[in-house]
Design a protein around this ligand. Sequence first.
Ligand SMILES: Cc1ncc(COP(=O)(O)O)c(C=O)c1O
Length: 342
Amino acid sequence: MKILGSERIIYDNFKEEFQKPFQNFKFSRKYFYSSGRGAIKNVAYFLKKNGYKIFFPDYYCVEMLKPLKEENVKIEFYKILPDFKADLKFLKKVKKEKIALYIVDYFGFQDENLIKSSKESGILTVRDITHSFLSNFDFSSSDIVLGSLRKLFPVVDGGILFTNLKNFEMIKKNCKEDFYIKKLFSKLYREICENYKYKSDHFENLYLYYSIKGEESIGYTPKNISKFSLNLLKIYDFENASTKRKNNFNYLLLDPYISKKAIFKSLPKDVVPQSFPIKIKCRDIVKRELQKYKIFLPILWRGENEISKKILNIPIDEEYSKKDLSTVVDKIKKVSGEKDEC
Ligand SMILES: Cc1ncc(COP(=O)(O)O)c(C=O)c1O
């Protein structure tokens, strides 16, 4: 029987069905996971079982590789060039049989040549839409489309996978209903520290503690997304978030200093960007200096590829105003020096 009275609950019982952009993905199967790596791990099972080896881009986050390595999927790398397009030479030596290709839509943009060429070569494609979920692309040419939902959207946990493959076996483990609670705690403590301006090392330490513990509980064993995050996604205003992201990107492009350093010098109509990547000399020093102003610009990612040493990402999520972005730009200029020629 339903409990009546007692403590009031957090109301997350939202009834709406998924709106755009979920409807943009025209696949017969859609699976939710607790993380993007959960979806990758499920793909790793599939590749292993069917004897595939995978070509992976050499600009990546190490966490993405773990599930594939754990399943002993054979990995070969292909080169990502400084404009974030693939060097297509590797496709010539790729034979059709039992080869999969992992494609990442970096920062929300797509590499049309890579997508077209991979389609022509008939290999199995796995497209990572973690950054491009909101972009208006035709994803249908890929065999498997997957991503993390936690990079673009303010959810506690979440990953997704779409496919039409009839022999794709969905594997998810059961888990405790409250596996996401520590991550939720960390977000609440951050809220207390930042939005309510409650300055206390105690809360900041709790935020950091629960953040690490929360990640551990979300993990990457394939399991279901929490009902809490699913409900948040049902009410999230994707339209508004997309418009804000595009406006923020275009606002940054207006600054000649930033525009000169931009990897992408214009914003195509169909792209909803994840962030604004710039190429900057002495990147690690600049990043460190910015922290003194409480500006924490992410690095996506540290890796073997030469470009990874120079890329810094300016966040353009919907909660940032033009004023916030101007502050970031001013501080970047201040710490990197107007003469940075990178
Ligand atoms: C492009 C990309 N794909 C997948 C993942 C994995 O996502 P999650 O952290 O939700 O497991 C990440 C994050 O590391 C990522 O950056």
